[in-house]
Design a protein around this ligand. Structure first.
Ligand SMILES: *Cc1c(COP(=O)(O)O)cnc(C)c1O
Length: 493
């Protein structure tokens, strides 16, 4: 399988090189030259473990890793770091199922791919005879940073620097990052929002002089953001797995289509679901749920992407994003893999802050439906689901749950629906308890966690216990414009 840049001017590379590079040299994102089909025997996968299904899916894309290597990576990724043996869980509500993707070590869905990526990347360096130390640069809206550092901490031959918007993440998210151990981990709070952080990181990737300084010191950059194809592909697995489990348990008829509803920020998770559909998984609609930063909702409604608007800080911070990087991959697919056209649209986005797609491209995206939840609707949904079924969801999942309910009421579409539950409610305990018990419910995050423990009747995850007493180890801050200097200082180049 070859991987091509969505902007076309870079040469084609194999899977391991695409993973190693993260971003193509022309600034585009890597895409597989074709989307493979799932084998026909996937109908009998109801009894397979998560790890087995992961192997069946990954081998279709990562064909320059041999069976032994892939199985070793998968085994090392999906192990006791997850607090349930099944790795992900399905919780039935009414016609919808919550697909819990937060059982990994940092209790958000980013663990699903970031537990695997470091293993794939280490092998990729070996395969491509790269002896350099790999420096992972990551912009985070709250969850990626911690999940990536957990994956890369003390991995020989790697270093990782995470940039997060100071004041733009939850207190638990921030503490998780600031207490991260590992001599090779670095955390920098930037004075800006997530888009600023992501743009700054992309600028460093495109900076040839910086790359040369690094290479002089035996280092090279890679990315752990969902622009790396090595993150996107592992995310396809849980959709295939969930479908196999539901079908195996008799919850779905042969070939029955399901909807998928995903709380969306950078468009990685929902794009993975779309790729699963293209591989032959019976998916009907892809419901793209946004919070008040509803640029994607407007895009699917109007065919116009307009990023210049007010940036809203919400209680679902991991979706506070106005430039959804992975949408570029859907754009590319929707214009028949026309890299020139994709590059033009992306240039318009970076210059004018907007672009418009044509009718043909819009028609191609007909399976996507956008929706959004306001802050009030998000809180009301947390409370509603709790009152209806005694189940506690986090604010990101609540945005999706609200959008799904609204979609169902409006359209009457009765397909069973999978809602991606992307974070543990413990990660956002204060928001959740205020929604359930009222504004004055708790005085701080720690009290909220105790209340949540009582209300949800679930065990407090070890990820929360760990940060209670852990020491703050990272204090770096930087202006957005100067993150290259901050990075140079940290790396001593
Ligand atoms: C990252 C994240 C999202 C958004 O996922 P994308 O792949 O960026 O669309 C949603 N919810 C949570 C909890 C996240 O951490």
């Amino acid at each position: 399988m070859k991987y091509k840049s969505t902007r076309g001017s870079s040469r084609e590379v194999g899977a391991s090189e695409a993973i190693l590079r993260g971003l193509a040299e022309d600034g585009g994102l890597y895409m597989p030259e074709r989307i493979p089909r799932l084998p026909a025997d996937r109908r009998d996968w109801g009894d397979k473990s998560y790890q087995e299904i992961a192997y069946e899916v990954l081998r279709l894309y990562l064909d320059d890793y041999d069976e032994e290597e892939l199985r070793a990576c998968i085994g090392a990724a999906y192990d006791e770091k997850f607090d349930i043996e099944e790795i992900v869980a399905l919780v039935k509500a009414k016609e919808e199922y919550f697909l819990e993707l937060f059982h990994g070590s940092t209790i958000a869905f980013k663990d699903m791919a970031l537990s695997l990526l470091p293993h794939l990347l280490r092998l990729a360096a070996k395969k491509n005879a790269v002896g350099d130390e790999i420096v992972i640069l990551t912009a985070t809206s709250g969850d990626t940073g911690k999940a990536a550092m957990s994956g890369f901490a003390d991995v020989p031959g790697t270093r990782i620097a995470v940039f997060y918007p100071k004041g733009g993440v939850s207190r638990i998210q921030e503490l998780q990052m600031l207490t991260q151990k590992g001599e090779n981990t670095h955390v920098i709070g930037i004075h800006g929002n997530f888009d600023d952080a992501q743009n700054a990181v992309k600028r460093i990737f495109a900076d040839e002089a910086f790359a040369e300084r690094l290479s002089g010191k035996g280092m090279r950059l890679s990315s752990a953001n969902s622009i790396n194809i090595g993150r996107l592909i592992p995310q396809i697995v849980y959709y295939v797995y969930a479908y196999a489990k539901l079908a195996g348990a008799g919850q779905l008829e042969e070939g029955e289509k399901i909807n998928v509803c995903v709380p969306t920020g950078n468009f990685g998770n929902i794009l993975a679901a779309y790729m699963a559909k293209q591989m032959g998984l019976p998916i009907n609609k892809l419901i793209c749920a946004s919070n008040e930063n509803k640029v994607l909702y407007d895009f699917f409604r109007e065919g116009e992407y307009k990023s210049r608007r007010e940036f809203v800080l919400t209680t679902s911070p991991s979706m506070d994003i106005l430039i959804s990087s992975n949408l570029e991959r859907l754009i590319y697919l929707s214009c028949g893999s026309d890299a020139k056209k994709t590059a033009d649209l992306m240039q318009s986005l970076s210059k004018e802050g907007e672009y418009r797609i044509d009718e043909e491209m819009r028609a191609y995206m007909g399976d996507f439906v956008g929706g959004f939840a306001s802050e009030e609707e998000c809180a009301a949904q947390i409370r509603r689901v709790y009152e209806e079924i005694g189940y506690v969801i986090d604010p990101h999942t609540a945005v999706a749950s609200h959008v799904y309910r609204q979609y169902r009421e409006k359209t009457g579409d009765g397909h069973k629906t999978l809602i991606a539950a992307t974070a543990s409610p413990y990660k956002f305990a204060e928001t959740v308890e205020r929604a359930i018990r009222g504004e004055g419910a708790c005085k701080d995050e720690w009290e909220a966690i105790e209340l949540l423990h009582l209300d949800s009747k679930t065990k407090i995850p070890s990820a929360i216990e760990e940060i209670r007493s852990a020491q703050i180890r990272h204090r770096e801050e930087s202006e957005t414009e100067r993150i290259d200097q901050a990075l140079a200082r940290i790396l001593k180049i």
